[in-house]
Write a protein of this length. Sequence first.
Length: 99
Amino acid sequence: MGDAEAVRVLRRVALQHDRGIICPALMWGEVLRVVDRANPARTLGLAPSECRTALRAIYHDRPCSLHHERCEDEVLRAVVEWCLALGDDPSVVTDATGG
């Protein structure tokens, strides 16, 4: 899947979640399906700012919905690290206590 199509899917599922059309687990399943296996943070970083903010907020609200997904460990770990990153810089990661 190309970058443009992946970004369209990310925007669509974040919007569908916000509208209550899909649950977080289904949303994360789609996210994990479309991210670049070698560099998930790159794909997530291509999404518009409001989409990135929404995805991170959804993770922080219900982290178990992402951990419930069955995915390659390193891909899942990279998406979790991206969700925990501060601002739009995915290289800056915080732990659950905010430090």
